[in-house]
Design a protein around this ligand. Sequence first.
Ligand code: BGP
Length: 471
Amino acid sequence: MSRLADDFLWGGAVAANQVEGGWNKGGKGISVIDVMTAGALGVEREITDGIVPDVYYPSHEASDFYSRFKEDIKLFHEMGFRCFRTSIAWTRIFPNGDEEEPNEEGLKFYDEMFDTCLQYGIQPVVTISHFEMPYHLVTEYGGWRNRKLIDFYLNYCQTVFTRYEKKVKYWMTFNEINMIVRKPWKPGGIKFAEQENKLQTEYQAAHYMLVASANAVKLGKEINPDFVIGCMFLHPTSYSATCNPDDVLVHLKKLQEAYMFLDVHVRGKYPNSYYKFLQKNQLVINTFPEDEIILKEGTVDYIGFSYYSSSVAMANPTKQDKSQGNEISGYKNPLLPASEWGWQIDPVGLRITLNWLYDKYQIPLFIVENGLGAVDTIEEDGSIYDPYRIDYLRRHVEEMKKAILEDGVEIMGYTPWGCIDLVSAGTGEMKKRYGFIYVDKDDNGDGTLERYKKDSFYWYKECIGSNGKNI
Ligand code: BGP
């Protein structure tokens, strides 16, 4: 192959909870993100007990995509998007999560949104659960530590698969599923009680989510065999800090622990190292006898993953070695520059990641998140010069192309994160911007919400228009 396929899925990615706002409109219920306050670099977002009056919650209005999606999708079209990755807010469809009947107004909202995409020839790529499970499932059932969540999730899947059968072909079951064993609030609605055995709870929840995911794949295929259903994995790319075998082993173990999720998603069973890990940590996971078969039968069609940066692993780290990164980070790499938020920038790491994944799993890959969170300045005439973002994206696209054209990796598409500015999941900030489209809003929630095209908007348009040639 000497060029990218003509149907390569160029596009952009967002999540409902970070872009839509309209948190209580159209019958929507409260989600786990709706009770998270804003934070900053080094300042954790607080999880409040329900909605507290006079507290600022960034997700409540977010970028107001809920009311402006038509003009926003038009702008995506102007850039030439062939696909648009977004999620369905579970709480628009089942406000509490445990109802039997869905909320028609919520369903209609996504009907309209997907229709708008399709009118412009943009394929929706839908994450079924992206950090926005119903808060009620936390207060009543304890989140994903409870097996009942599988049924609620499947009822939700059944509803959206059936409703959007003719509109959505590409699906992903859970965003960054492996976050459940590190930062379980957003993906799993799990807040620990004092004395709780955290690891036990996390790995139990992981099992339930994996069973739910496999069941969802099976269900989706029954409803429409043409559905293309993938998983979504936070790829914790890292290197051994030195060639000291002790560092190399730590690095290997780190990857193995994370790849457990992909082993189940892709091969339909846990690796031996997982059972040894459970033993070593004295974890006992409750399973049903049928789980084994479900996992076997519900394997995914592709691996969707996020990649922003890399870090290093070492056997004897010091406190100063810690690096920032996307939820699961490691230690600093002295050879790499970092973003304003301390995420180390490593385009070649993307090529390495693609090769690792493809060598190991041999199914198509989809880069569903990549990008640079940076502060942008808007000029008086409305221009936004963001050469740093263009440089980041260009270098990553170059490496992706090498992976396809020189290494033979099968990649379905590329959807840079936050194609329109949105609320940061990690910090809740607005000023950590990823978009090609600037949204006039600040960290206090002030601004007109008006949209402006950044320089990167025109760069990406040219990139897509030339199918990745002119970058
Ligand atoms: C991933 C999430 C996204 C997104 C992104 C960037 O973890 O899937 O929801 O937000 O990272 O992270 P942040 O928003 O913290 O900059």
